[in-house]
Design a protein around this ligand. Structure first.
Ligand SMILES: Cc1cc2nc3c(=O)[nH]c(=O)nc-3n(C[C@H](O)[C@H](O)[C@H](O)COP(=O)(O)OP(=O)(O)OC[C@H]3O[C@@H](n4cnc5c(N)ncnc54)[C@H](O)[C@@H]3O)c2cc1C
Length: 327
């Protein structure tokens, strides 16, 4: 019978991604509640060196699938490696991060296992041996609780919602190296990977996001957003209106057809708060809205609202942040 918890570990440039640590942290919490252990699976090329970090982040047992053809994560290549590892572990709960990679591989895995899939979860509860996953629906307008009819349940977890382990786990893990049969090589080729510039914060992993919208009036005013983001060590986001207008690249778009973020602080500047924008940021822990229209819908979900001209408020805020840092 399926039992235990398994977490898929994302990595980049020889390091665990923050979302992977969160997946492992939540996996450990679930495993502890179930009175069982957490198994992690990592797939890639030369990834054996990451086992210590995976153990510290929560895993008791680590399945390693290391092969040159797994250098890049692909739906079918990595998916097959993960499915084979899952069959070895036979877990009841399989966790992914709801990142681009997790959103790609989790459905492949769920389909291959004929298992239920709960995507972009913001909560997981366990009662006895029954799981309930909480996830947003209708572009974030409502949250629903879903229960799997059968196990295993495959769930992807929204980044920045679940905490990492408060203390690194000590001791040593059980490490199992699994073979990879590359006779059916991936039919996908990654042609190019664009890394976020070293001095920039990745939008989906950032603790603070400063986003701008059409209320900034002109593309050259977006520098105000970047200035505030730099002062705060934040990532930059944008509404679709200004992405469609060509002011900003699509990779910065937050919302239903952009990225989903859930930072500790989200600062929306000159953004009206259309439902499609809220879909991408409404689970942020603290939302600060700056808008000159006090009736703007964004104030409906804002923790703090500032009614004013963004072109005046943002420079004052940036100066105050810099002064606070210096003082
Ligand atoms: C299928 C679909 C998918 C979509 N996906 C997305 C998505 O992923 N992300 C997304 O963002 N949108 C998305 N949209 C578009 C969405 O409906 C809105 O059109 C868009 O979010 C509006 O962007 P905005 O808030 O920047 O602009 P507007 O709605 O024009 O709002 C501008 C705001 O700025 C305020 N303002 C004006 N001047 C100032 C000033 N000087 N200082 C302060 N405030 C000022 C105004 O009061 C207003 O509230 C989608 C729409 C559809 C139909």
């Amino acid at each position: 019978m399926a039992q235990g918890v398994l977490a898929y570990v994302e990595h980049r440039s020889g390091e665990l991604k923050k979302a992977a640590r969160e997946t492992l942290g939540e996996g450990k919490r679930c495993a502890t509640t179930l009175g069982t252990s957490l198994t992690a699976v990592i797939a890639g090329n030369n990834v054996e060196g990451l086992t210590a970090a995976i153990h510290e982040a929560g895993a008791d047992r680590i399945l390693v699938v290391s092969h040159p053809s797994l250098e890049e994560a692909t739906t079918d290549g990595t998916g097959r490696a993960v499915v084979a590892a899952i069959k070895e572990a036979d877990p009841a709960l399989i966790l992914f991060a709801a990142t681009a990679e997790g959103k790609d591989i989790a459905p492949y895995v769920a389909s291959a296992l004929d298992a239920g899939l709960a995507t972009d979860c913001v909560g997981l509860t366990i009662d006895g041996d029954s799981f309930t996953a909480k996830r947003p629906v209708f572009a974030g307008k409502s949250l629903i609780n879903v229960k799997p009819v059968d196990l295993p349940l495959v769930a992807s977890l929204r980044p920045n919602v679940f905490p990492v382990l408060s203390e690194p786990q000590t001791g040593s893990p059980e490490v199992v190296n699994l073979p990879f049969d590359d006779s059916h090589a991936s039919r996908l080729r990654i042609k190019e990977t664009k890394a976020v510039a070293a001095d920039k914060v990745e939008l989906t992993e950032a603790s603070i996001v400063v986003s701008g919208g059409r209320g900034l009036q002109a593309p050259e005013n977006f520098g105000l957003i970047e200035g505030l983001a730099d002062a705060l060590g934040a990532a930059v986001g944008a509404s679709r209106a200004i992405v469609d207008a060509g002011w900003r690249p699509h990779e910065e778009q937050v919302g239903q057809t952009g990225k989903t973020v859930s930072p500790q602080v989200y600062i929306a500047c000159g953004i009206s708060g259309a439902i499609q924008h809220l879909a991408g940021m409404s689970t942020s822990q603290t939302i600060i809205a700056i808008n000159k229209d006090q009736e703007a819908p964004i104030f409906g979900i804002a923790t703090y609202g500032l009614v004013g001209d963004a072109l005046e408020v943002i420079p004052a805020l940036t100066a105050a942040v810099k002064a606070a840092k210096e003082g």
